[in-house]
Design a protein. Sequence first.
Length: 153
Amino acid sequence: MISEQSIKKLLEENSDFNEYFFVSVHVSNDNVITIKADTDKGITIDECGEISNKLEALLNRDQEDFELEVSSPGLTEPFKILRQYQKNIGKQVDVLMIDGEKLQGTISKVETETVTIKVTKTEKINGKRTKVETDNTISYADIKSTKLKLTFK
C-alpha cells in the first residue's frame, strides 16, 4: 500500500514541486491519493493537472495500482497549515475559537506560534459612534477553524 509519508517525501524532495505548498495529503485504504495543493498566488486547474502528471510519473503503477486526485483547498475550507495564513495576510477571515468565541477581522501578522487578527468594531465614545481597531494575537492552539471571509461587491 502507498503511504502518505512516501507521497509527502516525493513532493518535498522533487524540485518540480518547489513552487507549490501542499495543504493536505491523504491516502485511503483503497489507494486513492488525494492532494490539496496551492501557491502564494493561487493555483489553476492546469497546475493541478501538472502536479498530477509529474507525481504519477514518479509512482510505479506496475508495483501498485492507485487513483490520484489533485485539487486546490477551496475558498470555503478552513485553513490547515501556517502557509495558508501567510498567503492571506491582509485578507479578511472568520475565526472560530475553541471556546466558541468568533472573530471577524483582517490577518495582519503571522508568526510560527501565533496569528494577529485586526478587528474593527464600532463603539460609542463621548456619545459618538467611532470605529476602533484592535489587534488580537491568537495562538494557533486556541483556534478551532479559520476561513477566508468571502465578500461580493
